[in-house]
Ligand binder design. Sequence first.
Ligand SMILES: C[S@@+](CC[C@H](N)C(=O)[O-])C[C@H]1O[C@@H](n2cnc3c(N)ncnc32)[C@H](O)[C@@H]1O
Ligand code: SF4
Length: 368
Amino acid sequence: MNPLPGPGLYVHFPWCVKKCPYCDFNSHPLDGDLDENGYVEALTGDFAANAGDLRFATVFLGGGTPSLFSAAAIHALLDRVRPSLAEDAEVTMEANPGAVEHGAFGAYRQAGVNRLSIGAQSFSTAMLARLGRIHGPDETERAVAEARAGGFDNINLDVMYGLPEQRPEDAVADLERAVALEPDHLSWYQLTIEPKTAFARHPPPTPDEGAIAAMEDAGRALLAGAGYRRYEISAYARPGAECRHNLVYWTFGDYLGIGAGAAGKRRRGSETVRTSKPRQPRLYLKSPGAVSEAPVPNGELPGEFMMNALRLVAGVDRRAFTERCGLPWSAVAPAWARTTALGLTEPNRIRATALGLQHLDRLVQFFL
Ligand SMILES: C[S@@+](CC[C@H](N)C(=O)[O-])C[C@H]1O[C@@H](n2cnc3c(N)ncnc32)[C@H](O)[C@@H]1O
Ligand code: SF4
């Protein structure tokens, strides 16, 4: 078995230009000026207090909208983090095509970001407006071109489907526009209506199950034909361009979370500990190093592990379960035997069958 990936470093940037109606991430509309130096100072204090002697294989600058921060601010942050990074660390930054300065991509690349994740969502002008996005398709296309020109050779596009009143042919048209930009990686998410969002308060008419299935069949065929391998429920990559940071999550690895509302998880001795930070930027900024910890009871580990690992199309070796959870395989053997008998999992590898992947939520229930 190859060594399992990790640890990862997640850095949260909690502001956006405005809140999208479908989004339940910890993101706050920016009112007034962004005190980027103040926030970067807080992040570096947080990192110094909590990183210990970890050596990070991956970094993910997520949000919110990290691209609201100047390349100089990102550079300052990465300079402080760099001594704790593995030599070939993957460093991803999320960018909103409507919230990134022209000409800035080269400077982000110089700052040490080597993977860019661009929130395209759709390429229909009308749909983007309905999703409350602050950009049109042309800005996404320009962002990709500028990122390439700025030296990025590892680019992801986020695209969503199952959007309000979307027809299967619309979802396919979105993917065609996305693929034409030749991203290295594509995250293709079905829109979910999250509690407490504007869409939950005023639900838009979303496509029915049949239409969703038609989108998935056509979309997956299109992506496969264009050379993108589906390696996780929602993630498609060209060979070698799988997101290493997300693989840390999906193999239930350790990650440190810094920034407002950032979550973390790590093995400590014989226990697994989850960490969290205050969600409100104001509270976070008062004591950035402070962290709440909660041990994960042993009984919850199998469910948490399977919820992640079974998302991987190729699955993981059984030994990963013991390595990540500190539990013997016998802890899940009876449940595994049941799911295998039902045709949902493979007998000798932690891997869902095609049927299991289709009914992943039900499958995971067996381990909860
Ligand atoms: C933190 S955002 C990405 C960066 C940036 N904030 C942006 O929106 O351009 C992460 C991604 O999650 C996806 N996402 C957010 N809310 C979603 C929802 N309710 N259902 C499905 N996908 C969602 C979107 O594709 C989004 O790009
Ligand atoms: S820009 Fe991204 S993080 Fe911000 S509200 Fe929209 S989807 Fe959420």
